[in-house]
Design a protein around this ligand. Structure first.
Ligand code: MSP
Length: 507
């Protein structure tokens, strides 16, 4: 049996709490939720982790600006994330905060292990630092004297610092990437990391002395650990490290945005190699959203609030749009015109209409009861194509979702939805009062919708549930993918329920 009870561990980045959540955070989290839900459908044991990144200079500064103790400041922002994830129907199994005791223990132990390996030494750091990115930079990396990644001003640092012997891990990392071609995806991003590694790595400063909001370095508490050493370890903490392993380490996939790939594809595996721990199986870097063609920024005032989009246009509509608008891995542009366009055409016209017309026909012609198909009729000519498409969909869909190609997976599903709509129009059995064909069409519609509810469930869980309620079907679909996507599973005789439109059209 494929995949049955295999463990599957997926993570999002842990989000900085110096700011409230925006569409970029929602994007990664919805994508991770979709893959987690799909894996549960396939019968896997899923562990899905998200959380918040709460230490570092950036947080200390934000709290100082707000005039409150740092812990109070971070405590006040964390619920904004938790509430958003509840609203967006995110099915995370754990929520980690880097200020938790379990995390401090894990990071301290990882540090000690790496130190015992001889990979940490005391030195002096003298160069540049970008606080918003929490990133160390050399003079030559600066662009017009500013951070090459975010374009903001950098600070000159000169302080005593512990260093991690990153330079030692360039070669082993290149070997690992070569031996595991899927370790970094998409391929273009993998190539960027390979070129970067080939230029050679310098040792990494992993402690700071000029502020105190962080985890103290063991044995030398005037230093706090570099926030990325702290943050990356969250993935391990949640699996029970250092006390044990809940069976989920190494992670199957870290889903991240392209801006934080180096931290995940270089620093993190190097720390793990040093500690003698297994590396995550995959790091996938997705693209960035612009808004109406512009970079999203507070100063431009164009930051998209996911709460507002979900409240105005619907949770499933928003989730669908995020994954359907652009291929995962490529940059995309968010615009209300495009969101409304997809809601009206793909959700209201194609899917919503299919469900409502099916239910009203079953209601009108068969008193709401799904009829027994009439085998006396030659059905191949009318139904052949629909059944063929449903037959090839499990494989087409799974291969794409497994590759995080949500865009393509959804377009395959929508091709079938459109075919089903076309099939009804072509057959038009009500016109000729052809009762046998009518029974067949009505059965096929209900059957098609039953199967479609499975395919859409990872992306639009509420819509899938409503569809299944309408068709009088079981709501618990965990482990049911293989069984439930096979044509012919619907028992005639079930009673369908009247529905209100799933996706009201938006003017
Ligand atoms: N705290 C670090 C991650 C530590 S993980 C061990 C961090 N946090 S963040 O809150 O700044 O960003 C989290 C994620 O949001 C990143 O993956 C980033 O790529 C993503 N996005 C931020 N802006 C985005 C867009 N405009 N579009 C898409 N994703 C964006 O980095």
């Amino acid at each position: 049996m494929p995949d049955t009870k295999k463990n599957f561990y997926v993570t999002t980045p842990i989000y900085y709490v110096n700011d409230v959540p925006h569409i970029g955070h929602a994007y990664t989290t919805v994508a991770a939720d979709t893959i987690a839900r799909y894996k549960r459908l396939k019968g896997c044991n899923v562990f899905f982790l998200t959380g918040t990144d709460e230490h570092g200079q950036k947080m200390e500064k934000a709290a100082a600006t707000a005039g409150v103790p740092t812990i109070d400041f971070v405590d006040s922002v964390v619920p904004r994330y938790k509430e958003l994830w509840a609203k967006l129907n995110i099915s995370n199994d754990d929520f980690i905060r880097t200020t938790q005791e379990r995390h401090k223990n894990a990071v301290t132990r990882l540090w000690e292990t790496v130190q015992a390996k001889g990979d940490i030494f005391l030195g002096e750091y003298e160069d540049w630092y970008c606080v918003p990115c929490e990133n160390f930079l050399t003079e030559t990396q600066l662009k017009d004297g500013k951070c090459p990644d975010c374009g903001r001003p950098v600070e000159k640092l000169k302080e005593q610092s512990y260093f991690f012997r990153l330079s030692k891990y360039g070669e082993p990392l290149l070997k690992h990437i070569e031996a595991n071609p899927d370790f970094i995806e998409p391929q273009g991003k993998r190539n960027e990391i390979v070129s970067f590694l080939k230029e050679g790595l310098r040792d990494l400063s992993v402690s700071r002395t000029t502020f105190s909001w962080g985890i103290p370095v063991p044995g030398d508490p005037k230093h706090v650990m570099y926030v990325w050493f702290d943050a990356l370890t969250n993935y391990l903490t949640a699996t029970g490290y250092p006390e044990g392993n809940n069976g989920f380490w190494p992670a199957d996939i870290h889903i991240i945005g392209k801006d934080i790939l180096r931290f995940h594809a270089i620093y993190w595996p190097a720390f793990l190699m040093s500690a003698g721990l297994p590396l995550p199986k995959k790091v996938f870097a997705h693209g960035w959203w612009t808004v109406d063609g512009q970079k999203m920024s507070k100063s431009k005032g164009n930051v998209v609030d996911p709460n507002q989009v979900a409240d105005t246009y619907g949770v499933d509509q928003f989730r669908y749009f995020l994954l359907r608008e652009v291929p995962f891995g490529v940059d995309g542009d968010f615009s209300l015109t495009s969101l409304v366009g997809r809601i009206n055409s793909e959700l209201a016209n194609d899917y919503g209409n299919l469900l409502s017309r099916s239910v009203s026909m079953i209601d009108k012609y068969r008193e709401g009861i799904v009829p027994v198909p009439d085998e006396s009729k030659d059905r191949e000519e009318l139904e052949g194509r629909v059944k063929f498409l449903f037959g090839e969909l499990p494989e087409l869909y799974s291969s794409r979702i497994e590759g995080l190609n949500f865009y393509d997976a959804l377009s395959k599903v929508w091709a079938v939805i459109r075919e089903l709509n076309a099939y009804v129009d072509k057959s038009a059995p009500w016109k000729e009062k052809d009762e046998a064909t009518l029974s067949n069409v009505l059965y096929n519609l209900a059957e098609g919708l039953r199967i479609l509810s499975i395919y859409i469930s990872p992306v639009m869980p509420q819509t899938a549930e409503k569809t299944r309620q309408t068709l009088g079907l079981d709501g618990n679909i965990e482990g049911a993918f293989d069984e439930e996507t096979r044509w012919g599973g619907l028992k005639p005789g079930v009673k369908v329920l009247k529905t209100t439109p799933l996706f009201p059209r938006i003017q």
